[in-house]
Design a protein around this ligand. Structure first.
Ligand code: HEC
Ligand code: HEC
Length: 352
């Protein structure tokens, strides 16, 4: 009897539920469905440990100093830095962001051959390159406390990430200063067995998320004129109509993208393709891929057809510097709006 009653009650409940559904359906004919989610890429990126896990003690102090120098490189202004930039302006999120040339992706890729200076570069030599060109400065000396610290920070991010990924317990193994600055792509670099059994040096040198991914080719050749329109719509609000960013009390709250306070004519970012890669993936800041590839190429061409500090390799002749070092996408040595770019650029730090 009780059983039967339950069935009857249950049927009544079902019936009224159906009624409700019918009512709602007629009231809201366009009820929303969950959006189909489109996977961006089947990719998990290395995830370094939290900065609060950096150990106390001498080694941890080096890692912490490296972090400090990376996010506030202006503390080295005039000593090693000749513009208003900080490393973090191009290597976003304290050098952690995948596809924004993360430090954890870089550390396991050195020593490596670089065409730019035609030799095998240790990690500290690669760091020196960004001081000379991107920071328009004077590189700290090999083995200096700054290069040791930046290397220690990069190593710690990468190693802590690998250890987490492969369930290796314990603190990140400490390295000496002279080991730190070399980078990890060397035969005498010791990896925990749990990692080395899964990944060889080549895999470690190409971790997913390293560098800036290549922007797809655009239909039309890049154009600074079209780039100006993109710049005005998507960039100017932060980087300024004059490209000088926003300097508040002597500190760039928003970084300059051309002019005397920006990266120089030798920096990777002055190449239109490199800037397009960076911009497509990372700008406007805080908004994931917003521009079309064409817009990214055009706006990269626009910012890189403006004047900036001289190429440090310049020895008095723009044509020569161009033919020697600028056989790539870029405007150095080309005539734009009546001036040959590079011909009036001011001398590089520290010669000013
Ligand atoms: C204006 C943008 C910019 C700034 C500022 C900058 N870099 Fe870079 N950095 C780049 C670009 C672009 C590359 C890629 C190299 C290329 O394409 O020439 C790079 C490459 C690197 C690499 C090698 C990455 C790899 O995976 O091989 C390291 C390490 C590095 N930078 C460290 C630094 C440090 C340290 C600073 C500050 C002292 C700094 N960068 C400042 C743009 C910048
Ligand atoms: C919402 C503000 C904002 C917008 C809009 C924006 N940026 Fe940026 N951009 C930044 C900030 C902030 C950084 C430095 C990032 C950091 O330090 O974390 C940066 C860094 C850069 C850099 C590398 C550093 C430098 O100064 O050379 C370039 C190049 C750049 N932006 C280009 C662009 C372009 C091109 C656009 C338009 C498509 C754009 N940005 C839109 C805020 C913005």
């Amino acid at each position: 009897m009780k059983f039967q009653l339950n069935i009857i009650l249950g049927a009544a409940v079902l019936f009224s539920l159906n009624m409700n559904a019918a009512v709602i359906a007629t009231e809201l004919p366009d009820r929303q469905q969950a959006l189909p989610s489109v996977p961006k890429a089947k990719q998990t990126y290395l995830q370094p440990a939290a900065l609060s896990d950096i150990p106390t003690g001498e080694f941890g102090d080096k890692v912490r100093l490296g972090y400090q120098l990376f996010v506030n490189t202006q503390q080295l202004r005039d000593k090693y830095v000749g513009n208003q930039l900080n490393c973090v302006n191009c290597h976003l999120n304290a050098g952690n962001k995948a596809n924004a040339s993360p430090l954890w992706g870089a550390y396991f890729a050195y020593p490596a051959y670089r065409k730019k200076n035609d030799k095998v570069n240790s990690f500290e030599e690669r760091l020196q390159g960004c001081f000379t060109y991107s920071m328009n400065g004077k590189a700290p000396e090999s083995g200096s406390k700054e290069l040791v610290a930046l290397s220690a920070y990069s190593y710690w991010l990468g190693m802590s990430g690998l250890m987490l990924q492969h369930n290796v317990a314990g603190p990140v193994p400490e390295l000496s200063d002279s080991e730190l600055v070399k980078g990890a792509k060397r035969d005498d670099f010791i990896l925990p067995e749990a990692i080395s059994s899964k990944m060889d040096q080549n895999a470690l040198a190409q971790l997913p998320g390293r560098g800036y991914p290549a922007v797809p080719k655009a239909e039309q050749a890049y154009s600074p004129e079209r780039g100006l329109v993109v710049y005005q719509a998507h960039c100017q609000s932060c980087h300024g109509q004059d490209g000088q960013g926003q300097i508040i009390a002597g500190v760039a709250a928003l970084p300059p993208v051309w002019g005397a306070q920006s990266f120089n004519w030798g920096a990777g970012m002055h190449r239109v393709n490199t800037a397009a890669d960076f911009i497509y993936e990372n700008m406007p800041l805080g908004k994931s891929v917003q521009l079309t590839p064409q817009q990214a190429w055009d706006v990269a061409a626009y910012i890189n057809s403006q004047d900036r500090p001289q190429d440090p390799r310049f020895k008095g002749n723009v044509v020569e510097t161009r033919s020697q070092y600028h056989q790539h996408d870029g405007f150095y040595g080309q005539s734009v709006a009546g001036t040959v770019l590079g011909s009036t650029s001011s001398a590089n730090f520290p010669k000013k």
